[in-house]
Structure formats: structure tokens, C-alpha cells
Design a protein around this ligand. Structure first.
Ligand code: GAP
Length: 451
């Protein structure tokens, strides 16, 4: 097994052992391509989404948010082209009955074969629609079909007019959304990388046609900066200019932002210039005007759109892969051991700070530690732990990716040196260095580090 596959296995095992990610319905044998996020995973994911929302919506004057429904009108996904063309070419292996993506088959001497059994007896390729459909209401006629949305983008286009009228934004402006999307992927794989239920963080940024090309560059650069700001280093991020032949026919330009995962370089996000395709389609199909009236020029036109579309789960996986490290350290008694640590950027770390009384059987230490916990809890995610040796408690937080730990010891009570009363030991995850900090300084100090 290659060292990168071993690394991936270790990450998957840590994620299960520490409560980041579990297979959905595991006790029933699991649901293929569907995942649940455990106590640490949900915090990591939430921090990622919150940071995206902060920089893409709250810190900008030109972007507003939307939380659209998952159940989607069939007509909307007919108009967008999904009902007719959102499909992968698929073949069945007649030998082992496995269904496979026709465009991903390994070949031997130029002949495609089944990666499962090596068989060459494959059916002709057929399109396989990736959307999950469901029935709404009691009747089972075709009119009651609704879809689980395959991307969050469509509700933004469908609600374009309502948002424009109520927010009174002027071009260029954007509508952002974070939410679940569903695709019946034929081969879900690479852990949470390609799943059947996943989350997207999408922005549809509307503009005048003549601004499109420049804004595509602008958003590509903004999005690269975002990934660096959550701890993915520039040298592991790559921009692929999608060739015209591989782009959607309506796209005037698409970049894929890729990351070097242990299983290879793969897409994190697409930044696409979708022209006026979507609004035009929905205007035609619904018969409702989805155009924009320019007060200055008195012109009416359908805006163009630039779409940075990121995957939450893929970014979570990239963050985990980037953060995972094993290193040899020497303990207080001179013994070498392996330290497993998740070096998350403090801004996305699930737990920001661990709070430990040195000894759990000393009420004065426990009381002060609880006071520190109560001081910080309204500001950030704090984990209180009083069990086990202090070194073990640090190691547990290293594995969870907690950037800071605070130990409340006898010095904190001012018993030996009154000058140290109400101070704690602040231990840094990455350097393992420790320093003495006044409790009163902690909120400002830690808030700055996790902002
Ligand atoms: N609205 C445009 C759109 O949906 P996409 O390239 O199909 O474009 C955008 O998807 C992003 O959503 C991808 O870059 C990826 O991060 C994420 N994504 C797509 N399919 C996924 C899947 N099956 N599992 C996890 N993430 C997925």
C-alpha cells in the first residue's frame, strides 16, 4: 500500500475514532455514499460554513443570502436542463452485475473492462440521470413528481426577482446559499469526496454582460484566498482552466480549483461564467420576467452570472487531510512516542480551547477551571476535561485539533506567588510551548486568534 493510501486510511480511522465522521446507518450495514458528521465533525463543518458566510455575505455590501427549499418543482429542473441532460454515461457488467461509469473504465490493450471482476462483457453505455425524484402528495401521477435539488443554484435563479425586488440591490450583486444537494452518483468514492448527499456553498454573482470576463478572474482569486485563509497552502491549490470541449455549452469560461488530496489532485470548487443561460431558461419556461431594469441607461436586460460553487464536504476532507500529522515526541520521562495531531487553522478548529484543572480532587482548582470555562463559553467552543494525566489530556486535544489548552494549577490560586493569582498555563498545540497568561486577558487573546 502506498504511503498516501496509508495516510488516507489513518485519517478515516481517526475521523471515526474521534467522532468526526460516521457512515450513515452503520448499524444496518451502512448506506453507500451517505455520511453522518459526529460531534467534532459537525463543529468543523459549521465553522467552515460560518466563515464562508462571513466573507461571502456579511462582510460584503453586494451579496445577500437565501435558504431555498430542497424539494424542487419538476418544471424548474426541466427548464434548467437537469431533467434531460444531468446524467452520467453508464454501463453494466454482465459478469458481476456491477453498474459502472462508462467514462471511467480501466482499459487493457485498448479494451474497457470491469474494475470489479476484470470482465469484458459490458452493456452499451446509457445515460443515467443523477437526480433523486420523489412523489409529493397522495397521488402517484407524473405531475406529482418533485426532485431533491442536485445543486443549490437553481432556487437562486428562480427567486432572482423576489430577492432583487426586496433587497433593492444594483448590479453587480450576488445571492449566496449554503445547503444540501443530492446526486445519485454511480460510484461514490474517496470517502466523503464524492457522496450522494452533500452540501454546497454557492454564490450566483449577477452582472452586466461586459463585466463577466473580469469578474470571473476576480472570483477565482477571491476563492483561492479563501482556501488559504482556512489553512490550505497555496502550493497545494491549483487552478485548472476547463477546456472549451469539457465546459457546459453556455459557459464562457470555467476554472476548477483543485487540491492535492492523498488520492490525487481533485476538484474542490468550480468557478463558472454561466452567461445569462439560467435566467433566460427560467424566464422562457415560467413566462415570468426575470430581467433587470437599469435606472441610468433605461435598459432592460437579463444579467449574466459568475458562479463560485464549492463543496462543503470536499473542503472538510481537504482540511482534515491538510491538518493530519504524526510526529515523534519525547515525553517528560524521556520516552519517545508518536503524537497524532490535527493542525487545523484556529478559525475552523472544532474545539477552540481545552480547560483543565490540574487535579480533579482539588475543589479550588475545579472551581477556578469552571469559572474560566464559564468566561469563555459564550465566546467559543470550550471543552472541559478533568480526567487523566495532564499530558494525556493534551494529547486528546491534539488529536481533536484544539489549538489551545489552559491548565489551572496551584499557581492560578496564588498560593505560592500572589503575582500569579488568576493566571493559567496556555499551551499551544503546534509548538507545544507553554506560557503564563492572566485569565482576564484570555477572551481578547483567544478571540483574536480564532477570528
Ligand atoms: N451549481 C454548479 C454545480 O453544482 P458542480 O461542479 O456540479 O457545479 C460544485 O458542483 C461543487 O459541489 C463541486 O466542485 C464539489 O465541491 C461539490 N460536489 C459536486 N458533486 C459532489 C458529490 N457527489 N459529492 C460531494 N461534493 C460534490
Amino acid at each position: 500500500m502506498s504511503s498516501e493510501s496509508q495516510r488516507m486510511e489513518k485519517i478515516v480511522s481517526l475521523c471515526k475514532r474521534r467522532g468526526f465522521i460516521f457512515q450513515a446507518d452503520e448499524i444496518y450495514g451502512g448506506l453507500n455514499g451517505v455520511w453522518d458528521y459526529g460531534p467534532l465533525g459537525v463543529e468543523l463543518k459549521r465553522n467552515l460554513k460560518d466563515y464562508w458566510w462571513r466573507v461571502m455575505v456579511r462582510e460584503r455590501d453586494d451579496v445577500v443570502g437565501l435558504d431555498g427549499a430542497i424539494l424542487t418543482h419538476r418544471a424548474a429542473l426541466k427548464a434548467s436542463g437537469h431533467e434531460d441532460t444531468f446524467s452520467d454515461p453508464m454501463v453494466d457488467c454482465r459478469t458481476c452485475k456491477v453498474r459502472l461509469r462508462a467514462d471511467q473504465l480501466p482499459e487493457k490493450n485498448g479494451v474497457p473492462q470491469c474494475p470489479n471482476c476484470g470482465g469484458k462483457d459490458l452493456t452499451e453505455a446509457r445515460p443515467f440521470n443523477l437526480m433523486f425524484s420523489t412523489q409529493m402528495g397522495a397521488s402517484a401521477d407524473p405531475d406529482s413528481i418533485a426532485y431533491l435539488r442536485p445543486e443549490t443554484a437553481q432556487s437562486i435563479f428562480v427567486q432572482f426577482k423576489n430577492v432583487l425586488d426586496t433587497s433593492r440591490k444594483k448590479l453587480p450583486f450576488g445571492i449566496a446559499q449554503i445547503g444540501k444537494a443530492f446526486r445519485n452518483e454511480i460510484n461514490p468514492r474517496n470517502y466523503i469526496f464524492r457522496s450522494r448527499e452533500f452540501e454546497q456553498m454557492e454564490l450566483e454573482y449577477f452582472c452586466r454582460p461586459e463585466q463577466g470576463a473580469e469578474l470571473l478572474e476576480y472570483w477565482k482569486n477571491e476563492r483561492l484566498r479563501f482556501y488559504e485563509n482556512i489553512g490550505l497552502p497555496n502550493e497545494k491549490l491549483h487552478v485548472l482552466t476547463v477546456p472549451e470541449a469539457d465546459r457546459a455549452f453556455y459557459s464562457k469560461g470555467t476554472y476548477d480549483i483543485e487540491y492535492d488530496f492523498p488520492f490525487g489532485r481533485q476538484e474542490l470548487e468550480g468557478v463558472a461564467y454561466r452567461t445569462d443561460y439560467d435566467l433566460t431558461q427560467h424566464q422562457k419556461a415560467s413566462g415570468k420576467p426575470l430581467d433587470y431594469f437599469d435606472e441610468e441607461t433605461k435598459q432592460r436586460f437579463i444579467p449574466h452570472v459568475i458562479e463560485p460553487s464549492a463543496g462543503v464536504d470536499r473542503t472538510v476532507l481537504a482540511l482534515l487531510c491538510e491538518a493530519f500529522a504524526e510526529e515523534t515526541v519525547t515525553d517528560e520521562k524521556g520516552k519517545s512516542e508518536t503524537r497524532t495531531v490535527l493542525r487545523f487553522h484556529p478559525r475552523i478548529a472544532p474545539i477552540k480551547v481545552g480547560v483543565f484543572p490540574l487535579l480533579k480532587n482539588q475543589p479550588a482548582l475545579v472551581e477556578k477551571a469552571r469559572q474560566v470555562q464559564a468566561l469563555l463559553r459564550p465566546l467559543m467552543n470550550v471543552f472541559y476535561d478533568e480526567t487523566g494525566a495532564i499530558g494525556r489530556r493534551y494529547r486528546r486535544q491534539d488529536e481533536a485539533g484544539t489549538p489551545f489548552c489552559l491548565t489551572i494549577d496551584f499557581e492560578s490560586l496564588g498560593e505560592r506567588d500572589a503575582a500569579l493569582r488568576d493566571t493559567v498555563t496556555l499551551r499551544h498545540r503546534d509548538s507545544m510551548e507553554q506560557e503564563r497568561v492572566a485569565i482576564a486577558e484570555l477572551p481578547a487573546r483567544l478571540l483574536l486568534a480564532i477570528a
